[in-house]
Design a protein around this ligand. Structure first.
Ligand code: PMP
Length: 381
């Protein structure tokens, strides 16, 4: 019998998540079965094997980031890491963040504000950049922490972290960065950071595992209390296979990122140019340069993004952050950079990754031409 099951659509949503690399899965497998010990059970071999694997992973990750192993704490992901980092700020102190941050920064920031923390949310320019001068002007004598992402997951903007961090260091204010979208994709200078959050599944590692870099000497109060694991920064039995997998994924990125970034940049530029020149009424959101290699965000005039995404059935696409999908209304990131509502509602985010090839870009442009023309015809009728 001939199978009628259609192939999965081509994945163009690598900002939402990435597939776990099979080489990573292979490294993880023994830690579910053979080496199943609890990394806190140091009284027996099974536990010590698990603890050794966790410490080896910590060393590997620290080497990749050029930090000390005891500055890396394992968590369940960037959401948790962001919450822990912001938890440093006490009522009566001042927190600065930006309007283009992920919800896992903005939601805890708003909650802290309701608990008596002073909050400033900086506005970006029209490409999503945060200006160091504006940051300097926003600092107050009681500013405790500034949190600015390394890269935006919708429009790809790469923030000038060393410059922003220098402003903070000058005034002895802690600087945290949510590096979730940038880690393993572009080089990062940890020397300028005091704290940084990341998630394994954004760089071809497993989901549900992440980490927080905390520069030595900085004390972070835990969000979750319990058994005191991870030096009390994050209680709970350590996810050993996850930690092993995340470190293996990052080690692969160290080998592959250098070649992949220019390849994805070229692929993205080709896609952008062919969409803009081949379809009337297409505009690009976010910066032209200084942007995540695989990221593209485009608005189609007189088209609803939701209809476009459904009609482009050969591709997996999204209109914005997966964590905000299901919410109606324009993307807060696009609103913050001044994209008018009607255009923002016709915007899609494309995240190219390891598996994507030139033929897929050509296919996408062909499909988009047809689909956009049809949707415009329907809406004009
Ligand atoms: N920060 C950014 C910039 C992200 O893109 C994401 C995931 N979309 C997160 C934080 C949260 O990561 P996780 O869902 O793995 O906790």
């Amino acid at each position: 019998m001939i199978s009628t099951v259609p192939a999965d659509p081509i994945y163009f949503d690598h900002h939402a998540t990435t597939p776990c690399d099979p080489r990573v899965v292979e490294k993880m497998l023994p830690y579910f079965t053979e080496h199943f010990g609890n990394a806190a059970s140091l009284t027996h071999v099974q536990g010590r094997k698990a603890a050794n694997a966790v410490e080896d992973a910590r060393i590997a990750m620290a080497r990749f980031f050029a930090v000390q192993p005891n500055e890396i704490y394992f968590t369940a992901g960037a959401t948790e890491s962001n919450n822990i980092a912001l938890n440093l700020v006490q009522p009566g102190e001042h927190l600065i963040t930006t309007a283009v941050e992920h919800r896992s920064i903005l939601a805890p920031a708003w909650r802290l504000e309701s608990q008596g923390v002073e909050l400033t949310v900086l506005r970006p320019d029209s490409e999503g950049f945060i200006d160091a001068g504006r940051l300097r002007d926003a600092l107050r004598p009681n500013t405790r922490l500034v949190s600015i992402e390394a890269a935006n997951g919708e429009i790809g903007t790469l923030q000038p972290l060393p410059e922003l961090a220098a402003v903070c260091r000058e005034r002895k204010v802690l600087f945290h960065s949510d590096i979730t979208q940038a880690a393993g994709k572009v080089p990062l200078d940890f020397a300028s950071l005091d704290l940084a959050s990341f998630s394994g599944h954004k760089f071809y590692g497993p989901k549900g595992i992440g980490g927080l870099f905390v520069r030595r000497g900085i004390k972070v109060p835990p969000v979750i209390v319990g058994g005191g694991q991870e030096k009390n920064v994050r209680s709970g039995t350590v996810n050993v296979p996850g930690v092993v997998g995340m470190a293996a994924a990052l080690q692969l990125r160290a080998l592959e990122m250098g070649d992949e970034a220019p390849r994805l940049t070229a692929l993205r530029n080709e896609l952008r140019d062919r969409l803009v020149s081949g379809i009337e009424g297409v505009s690009v959101n976010g910066p032209r340069g200084l942007r995540l290699p695989g990221n593209l965000n485009v608005s189609f005039e007189r088209v609803e993004a939701d209809s476009l995404i459904v009609a482009m059935r050969r591709f997996s696409l999204s209109s914005g952050s997966a964590c905000s999908s299901g919410q109606h209304g324009p993307s807060p990131v696009l609103t913050a950079i001044g994209v008018p509502e009607a255009l923002a509602m016709g915007s899609i985010r494309i995240g190219l990754g390891k598996s994507n090839r030139g033929e897929e870009v050509a296919m996408f442009v062909d499909d988009a031409k047809r689909v956009v023309a049809r949707l415009r015809e329907i809406s004009a009728a």
